[in-house]
Design a protein around this ligand. Sequence first.
Ligand SMILES: N[C@@H](CCC(=O)N[C@@H](CS)C(=O)NCC(=O)O)C(=O)O
Length: 224
Amino acid sequence: MITVHHLEYSQSFRILWLLEELNVDYELKLYERDKKTNLAPAEYKAVSPLGTAPAISHEGVNLSESNAIIDYILDLHPSDTLRPSIESGDRARYLFWMHASQGSLMPVLLISMMFRIIPERVPFFLKPILKSVLGVANKGFSQPRIKALIDKAEADLGEANWFGGENVTAADISMCYPMESMRANGTINDSHPNCLAWLERVNALQSYQQAKEKDGKPSIVFSI
Ligand SMILES: N[C@@H](CCC(=O)N[C@@H](CS)C(=O)NCC(=O)O)C(=O)O
């Protein structure tokens, strides 16, 4: 049986949703973030090869990295809909969002967050200069990239209901964490009706609600 090591307010929510969507049995272990550092606690680092969430254990294998875990679980429990086949017309769209989520969107959201919080956490005499320099970097580098991804999401979700096309796929599962994060911090707002409608559709799914119950927190995302 798969054991999911679920860190509160983290990307491991994706794995709960996947397993609930597949309706397979799993063991759930819950971990709280360290109160001082907000990082994963020491016992989490022991089960996660990278020390980060998500991590799973299965038959002697410890695996981390969200999309690697998603593919590992879908290899164990194949699904034609969650992972469109090479014959499917949705295959390219599915692959794009599955990889853009982790390869483009999450890194640039993290960079943008660092640009924002670094000036808040340095000695007062450094604040104005860092705020100004990192503000320019944020405006010139991260904001255009985030906008390009949201614009593409708006366009694609205007054509079909889900990131992977006609059905709920693993691309939606991978995208749920950045999408919920961007809604929580106002990056996704009333100017993005298709993204908001996707979030409503996701939240209406029984599997998503079941995953939220297992998670047990008011929000799935971590906000600094
Ligand atoms: N690309 C990795 C990112 C993992 C990651 O940074 N996870 C965060 C939670 S959202 C984490 O573990 N933070 C706690 C820590 O670094 O100790 C994945 O998708 O698995």
